[in-house]
Design a protein around this ligand. Structure first.
Ligand SMILES: Cc1cc2nc3c(=O)[nH]c(=O)nc-3n(C[C@H](O)[C@H](O)[C@H](O)COP(=O)(O)OP(=O)(O)OC[C@H]3O[C@@H](n4cnc5c(N)ncnc54)[C@H](O)[C@@H]3O)c2cc1C
Length: 494
């Protein structure tokens, strides 16, 4: 039996931010991680590393990374003011996001990023993926010009080093199976460690062990039939166990339990993410494509917005199609816009010098209808509107359903290419109800459960239906800090 002030369950970004915050309050802290060292770090380790936080000027960005003055001046850094962040989050969640949680997320995001830098995280401008040269000047788009160096893997590595340096004990291959609860307060956790059950007693437990995205049975149960067939983009360890153990002692469920972040993903990707090749299955260039299903028809507005605002909901649209697949179709004009992973290995790709040739190669697709769809789409493109991929260019279609609202090219220039995609689930939106100031988990009567805190994917009520890219890591950061500070302060006050 071990005794700590604070036990943190998990070792992803939210857990690390909670552990470091609690430690800075003077608490003794242990982290219990289900995965081995090699597989540790949760979905955070798979993250591309873009982070969406509120900023109003380049000076705010300079608090996070060194940007030479001439570069600062001569670049359009886009903006993501507090108001713009609210607007995006409310719009994409259909105005369902919890007002208190979203306020905490948005208003504490920049100070959180500055704090994260003090904990060893390194940030860099995201020139490659989020900017383009427009009229001779570099312009960022999508409202997140900064990414964490080395992606999520770099972030987890840097924070882990700091945690070890600060004396936080980390136990790997230690899967927490239940909370120790006396009917009034949480007193610790029980875990399976190398086949044996071990107990860790603590004055506060922070659950930061992810959603249920890797659990096919729970996916089917809560997201609906067919979701067991989705590929998992990240870790295989987030099975909903933290949620289960909290619900078992009367924690209040909250948020969009049938909701999830899921994207278009390489059709034949492995069952779970592979950390060494975590980016290979990305297929985020669909706004420049038309997406065709087995019936040879389009089924979404591919160019409704920048991918940052649609990718997280379009995975579900792909899953809904016959056979759970679709093809993203491009012609040679769009090819230069494709992200680099389209040119990688293990890509389901077909090419044709004519559309007829391509249609004949797309196994399982109604070729006749495919050609009709392309003809109708081509005839509907508003070719008089100039094409510009760095802005919402309004070059859409007229008179077809569904429309394509931006970035519509006539598909007429060979070679033609089609990339096979299926649905890849990232994380689930349903979670626990927490106090937004302390991170404490609330019970069914909305009263705090003494000794129990939650952070990261486990917090319900923030995301509904959809998600603005780059918010998962920042949510883990903000609510990880809140929970860690809350737990650390409560322990020290006791
Ligand atoms: C491929 C991919 C790309 C992404 N890209 C981005 C991006 O660029 N920007 C962004 O903001 N977000 C991104 N995300 C989303 C982001 O990674 C997550 O929202 C975020 O990392 C979740 O952090 P977390 O700490 O809550 O969970 P996780 O990082 O998943 O951590 C959960 C931890 O709990 C552990 N665990 C689970 N069960 C137990 C148990 N019973 N006992 C002990 N430990 C347990 C897991 O092993 C893991 O360490 C991406 C996700 C994926 C999969």
């Amino acid at each position: 039996m071990h005794q700590y002030d604070v036990v943190v369950v998990g070792k992803g970004n939210a857990a690390l931010c909670a552990a470091l915050s609690a430690r800075d309050k003077g608490a003794t802290v242990a982290m219990l991680e289900a995965a081995s060292v090699d597989e540790s770090g949760g979905n955070s380790r798979f993250a591309g590393g873009v982070m969406r936080f509120a900023y109003s000027s380049v000076e705010d960005l300079q608090k996070l990374t060194d940007i030479p003055e001439d570069e600062a001046k001569n670049t359009d850094w886009d903006s993501n003011t507090v108001e713009e962040f609210y607007e995006d989050l409310y719009r994409v969640t259909s105005y369902r996001t919890d007002p208190d949680l979203s306020e905490a997320l948005i208003t504490k995001s920049l100070e959180g990023m500055v704090w994260l830098r003090t904990q060893g995280a390194k940030f860099v401008p995201n020139y490659g993926a989020q900017s383009a040269i427009v009229n001779g000047k570099r312009k960022f788009f999508g409202r997140f010009p900064i990414t964490v160096n080395g992606g999520g893997a770099g972030l987890v590595e840097d924070l882990t080093k700091t945690a070890v340096k600060k004396g936080i004990e980390i136990f790997y291959e230690t899967r927490v199976i239940s909370l120790i609860y006396d009917g009034e307060r949480v007193l610790g956790v029980r875990a399976k460690q190398k086949g044996a059950v071990v107990e860790s007693h603590a004055r506060a437990v922070v659950l930061a062990c992810g959603g249920f995205e890797a659990n096919p049975e729970w996916r089917t149960r809560y997201l609906g039939p067919g979701w067991e067939l989705a590929k998992v983009r990240g870790t295989r360890h987030n099975l909903g166990e933290g949620l289960k153990m909290a619900l078992e002692i009367g924690a209040c469920p909250y948020g969009n339990w049938s909701g999830r972040h899921a994207v278009s993903w390489e059709r034949h990707a492995p069952e779970f993410g592979e950390v060494e090749r975590s980016h290979d299955p990305y297929r985020h260039s669909y706004p420049y494509s038309i997406m065709i299903n087995a019936e040879g028809r389009r089924f979404v507005d591919e160019g409704a917005d920048f991918y940052n605002y649609t990718y997280a909901k379009y995975g579900a649209e792909v899953l809904r199609q016959t056979g759970q697949f679709a093809y993203q179709v491009f012609d040679a004009k769009s090819k230069p816009l494709l992200k680099k992973e389209y040119g990688g290995r293990n890509v389901t790709k077909f090419t044709g010098n004519t559309l007829e040739e391509l249609a004949g190669r797309l196994e399982g697709v109604d070729a006749k209808q495919f050609l009709k769809t392309v003809r109708e789409y081509n005839a509907a493109v508003k070719t008089t509107v100039p094409y510009n991929h760095a802005v919402r260019d309004g070059r859409g279609t007229e008179g077809i359903e569904p429309p394509k609202s931006n970035w519509a090219h006539v598909i007429d220039t060979p070679p033609f290419e089609a990339y096979g995609v299926t649905c890849g689930i990232t994380f689930t939106f349903g979670g626990l109800r927490i106090n937004h100031e302390t991170g404490q988990v609330l019970d069914l009567g909305y009263q705090p459960i003494p000794g129990l805190y939650a952070a990261g994917e486990m917090v319900g009520g923030i995301f509904y239906f959809n998600y603005p890219a780059g918010t998962g890591l920042v949510s883990g950061l903000v609510f990880g800090r809140i929970a860690g500070n809350g737990a650390g302060a409560a322990v020290k006050a006791a």
